[in-house]
Write a protein that binds this ligand. Structure first.
Ligand code: PLP
Length: 394
């Protein structure tokens, strides 16, 4: 179906942060499949794990014990501090599970119509429940009636949540991305995340972090909340967790971990041996190759060099992010830059209309980061040097 405005290129091969198209042209991949290719393309450990697992057993069913799933759940619990895991296949499904946990948790407390606090400019997916939780009219338009039970407040604003806490007795949880990805790489302040924890503790609400995009080593720690020293009750993961094999996971802790009982939720493919083997190999490579430290260092280098290269550009509003989650905000819509970058041999993305977004694989090295900046900075500079064209006529 006509769901994507696709760019006119098809890739046939990848290696690390490089891709080759059908004609043999090479591109620097600064987007990593939108934060999915954690280990880059064709990482030998990832390739071997998938090949070996497929040769043994790719899929059975959640009607039976799955040892790879149990190993992955244990490993995720150890690195996240969470207790229990539910496996699915995508980010929206991980959030669906979170939303269902919150509702069941609320009903358990005798709240008939539980509601969840969500943020402006949030993105949680495109199923009916998750697009209703998403803070973008563009994503929602045409799909009304939306799923009810969400109360929206501005991001990074504790005061508005305190007000909701005072007046709304139906609230059972807060769902938030610690760094908003689609919303324009907006970083939740440390005090904000700590304040959310404090409010949730005081009110008996679940704190639910959507780390589908920002999580899994990209920012220099496994999870963004670990930078702030706060633990969520529910954690949604997907994207980079299995390095390119579809997977989603909803982790829960404490009271939230025991909410689902047999029959409350399920997924045919969720946590099958193939996806779990890919995730275990991804985690092992991140640890063995110290890729979180690398992500932090290379991300800092990119932000620093890009800032330096564009320091006198008037149209540059901000360069921000954490680790290898980088956003450069311009003072005007800049979707055109995606095609200009492709023509220059590089994959980037623009989100929230005016934010150039970089989400490269965690294996990117210094030389590749220099190349990235040396290609991107002149493109942005030339783009900003063009006269501003009025968007609408009077
Ligand atoms: N949550 C966040 C923060 C995301 O960035 C995304 C996808 O971009 C999703 C959820 C939805 O994930 P998926 O496309 O795997 O359903």
């Amino acid at each position: 179906m006509n769901t994507y405005a696709r760019l006119p290129v098809a890739f046939v091969r990848g290696q690390g942060v490089w891709l080759w198209d059908e004609s043999g042209r090479r591109y620097l991949d600064a987007l990593g499949g939108i934060a999915v290719n954690t280990l880059g393309h064709a990482h030998p450990k990832f390739v071997k794990a998938i090949a070996d697992q497929t040769a043994r057993l790719a899929h059975v069913s959640n009607l039976y014990r799955i040892t790879e799933q149990e190993r992955l759940a244990d490993k995720l619990a150890a690195i996240s501090g969470m207790d229990n895991a539910f496996f699915c296949n995508s980010g929206c499904e991980a959030n669906e599970a979170a939303i269902k946990i919150a509702r069941l948790f609320g009903h358990g407390k005798g709240i008939d119509s539980p509601a969840i606090v969500v943020m402006e400019n949030a993105f949680h997916g495109r199923t009916l429940a998750t697009l209703s939780a998403t803070g973008s009219r563009k994503v929602q338009a045409g799909f009304e009636p939306l799923v009810s039970g969400f109360v929206r407040v501005p991001f990074n604003d504790l005061e508005s949540i305190r007000q909701v806490a005072e007046h709304n007795r139906r609230i059972v949880a807060v769902l938030v991305e610690p760094i908003q990805g689609e919303g324009g790489i907006k970083v939740g302040a440390t005090e904000y995340l700590r304040g959310l924890r404090e409010i949730c503790d005081r009110k008996g609400w679940l704190l639910m972090f959507d780390e589908v995009q920002c999580g899994f080593g990209r920012t220099g720690k496994w999870f963004v909340y670990q930078h702030a020293g706060v633990a969520p009750d529910v954690l949604a993961l997907a994207k980079g967790l299995a390095g390119g094999v579809p997977i989603g996971c909803c982790l829960a802790r404490g009271a939230a971990a025991g909410v689902f009982k047999p029959g409350n939720h399920g997924s045919t493919f969720g946590g099958n041996p193939l996806a779990c083997a890919a995730a275990l190999a991804t985690i092992e490579a991140i640890e063995q190759e110290r890729l979180m430290e690398n992500a932090e260092r290379i991300g800092m280098l990119i932000r620093g060099e890009l800032g330096q290269a564009l320091r006198d550009c008037k149209g540059l509003v901000d360069i921000r992010g954490r680790g290898l989650m980088v956003g450069a905000q311009l003072d005007r819509p800049c979707g055109e830059l995606v095609m200009l970058a492709l023509e220059a041999g590089m994959l980037i993305n623009v989100t929230a209309d005016n934010v150039v977004r970089l989400l490269p694989a965690l294996v990117m090295n210094e030389a590749e980061a220099h190349t990235l900046v040396s290609v991107l900075a002149p493109l942005v500079r030339e783009f900003l040097a063009r006269p501003l064209v009025p968007t609408a006529r009077a």
